[in-house]
Design a protein around this ligand. Structure first.
Ligand code: GLY
Ligand code: MN
Length: 464
């Protein structure tokens, strides 16, 4: 779908005018020193490479789209380069009209002629403040019940949740670049190398392709810290490197991929058993991605497969299905099996559980409560499948969890994994791919990134 077609589809579903904000570049400290710009995903869905600060009024009554852009000034031309005139932008973006952002309040009021207006909270608090003022709505970005009026959330969600061919084509491109990044990091992993050197290779591979990290790169021998953004460790033989990194294209579409590999030789016997187990769970879960399948059942499958393996390895005790029901698996698998992905890495997450758990309740149970989505899959949904197993000191030494699961978990045995690898601890293993729900079979967008145990062992540390 072209941007024009997307805007047409949006206009035909709107019940009243909607004003979307791209958000502006945010200062990283003082006002002139800005973080790299990234427009809000709801804006990126409708506009190609939007200018920082832009906004757009969609009016279903006359089916017009008014784009608001910052006035062109000499100062801006001097410091940031000359921008195309409003007329040029109107032609190239095929909107009804382009107006000055500086006059947005008066212009929108004149066009509304008293009709109510919807807008959305976005990550730029200045844009959200403007949206609040102009709509009178109590919008807040960090409260999913207040991101927008439910009707507008429903409309945007319905448009964005099923990915079309053009969107999938973008995600295939980011998958190709993500492959290069993962391969570089795998090859360069040797004892004595710093995590930040590998993270630099990953982000350099993205940059060379004109892309950027879709989220803070997770690259660590401390893979048991689920969102570990520190890169201070030096790799040692016997460590496991966990890399969770994905490229984002200028369109905003992205990948989210995790691989885990050994440093300085093949996996240890203990790591090999657990790696094979995570991979088995991941492959079985990927095979379940079909229309009509409940995503939470995929999560439960991951928990069940890994629980069976953990019972066989003596880390869990009892009947696997009953262990999963009690939540004992979460001692080793404490997160959800994945999430939607698209323009947002956790796609559409800002709209909250009303849409990600439609008519369903998020589990209050430790572990499963972190499952980000529980919808029935449809053709065009893209989800990640990312089971993992971890030896997390805070969990294994938690008095509450020890008391709750003393029968089900062999904590003494699990403690041995914390002493593993000369006292550095076992860390964690996660394997993650991005999977399209197709009518016939799932398509793994990130399938080319090696994950077979032997393949990963053969690549790790081979850089010259
Ligand atoms: N890539 C990080 C996450 O899915 O939470
Ligand atoms: Mn993910």
């Amino acid at each position: 779908m072209s941007f024009v077609t997307r805007r047409e589809a949006f206009l035909s579903k709107l019940d009243r005018p909607a004003l979307l904000f791209a958000g502006g570049a945010l200062p990283r400290n003082y006002p002139a020193n800005l973080s790299p710009y990234r427009a809000d995903s709801n804006f990126l869905y409708f506009f190609d490479r939007p200018e920082p600060g832009s906004a757009a009024l969609f009016d279903p009554d006359d089916r017009s789209v008014t784009l608001y852009l910052p006035e062109r000034t000499l100062d801006d031309a001097l410091w940031h380069g000359e921008l195309p005139s409003f007329e040029k932008v109107r032609e190239s973006s095929q909107v009804t009209r382009v107006e000055a952002l500086e006059r947005i309040k008066e212009d929108v009021a004149a066009r509304l002629r008293g009709r109510p207006l919807d807008s959305l909270a976005v990550s730029d608090p200045r844009a959200t403040a403007r949206a609040r003022k102009m709509t009178g709505a109590d919008l807040a970005f960090d409260d999913d019940g207040r991101v927008t009026r439910p009707e507008l959330a429903d409309t945007l969600f319905a448009l964005r949740i099923r990915k079309g061919d053009d969107e999938l084509a973008q995600m295939r491109e980011t998958a190709k670049v993500t492959l290069l990044a993962h391969l570089e990091a795998m090859r360069a992993s040797k004892p004595g190398v710093r995590e930040r050197t590998l993270a630099g290779l990953v982000e350099g591979a993205f940059a060379r392709a004109g892309m950027c990290p879709a989220y803070g790169t997770i690259l660590s021998v401390r893979g048991e810290v689920l969102h570990n953004h520190g890169h201070d460790n030096v790799l040692q033989a016997g460590d496991l490197v966990l890399l969770d990194a994905g490229a984002e294209a200028p369109s905003g579409y992205c990948s989210d991929v995790t691989r885990t590999w050994p440093v300085g030789g093949p996996f240890s016997p203990e790591a090999r058993d657990l790696y094979e187990l995570v991979l088995e769970a991941q492959l079985k879960c990927i095979a379940m991605v079909r229309p009509g399948v409940r995503y939470r059942d995929i999560h439960t499958k991951a928990a069940l497969v890994m629980t069976e393996g953990l019972v066989a390895l003596g880390l869990l005790r009892g009947d696997p299905a009953s262990l999963v029901e009690q939540g004992a698996h979460a001692v080793f698998f404490p997160h959800g099996v994945g999430h939607m992905i698209g323009l947002d890495v956790h796609d559409l997450e800002a709209f909250g559980d009303r849409l990600h758990y439609p008519g369903r309740q998020r589990s209050p149970q430790f572990g499963t409560k972190y499952l980000r989505m529980d919808r029935d899959l449809e053709v065009g949904h893209v989800v990640t499948i990312e089971p993992g197993l971890y030896f997390i000191p805070a969990i294994l030494r938690s008095r509450d969890l020890r008391a709750q699961f003393q029968q089900q978990v062999d904590f003494e045995r699990a403690e041995q994994y914390l002493a593993f690898n000369g006292g550095r601890g076992f860390g964690g293993i996660r394997i993650e791919d991005d999977v399209v729900c197709g009518a016939e079979r799932p398509e793994v967008l990130t399938a080319a990134i090696p994950k077979d145990r032997a393949a990963v062992e053969a690549i790790a540390g081979t850089a010259g």
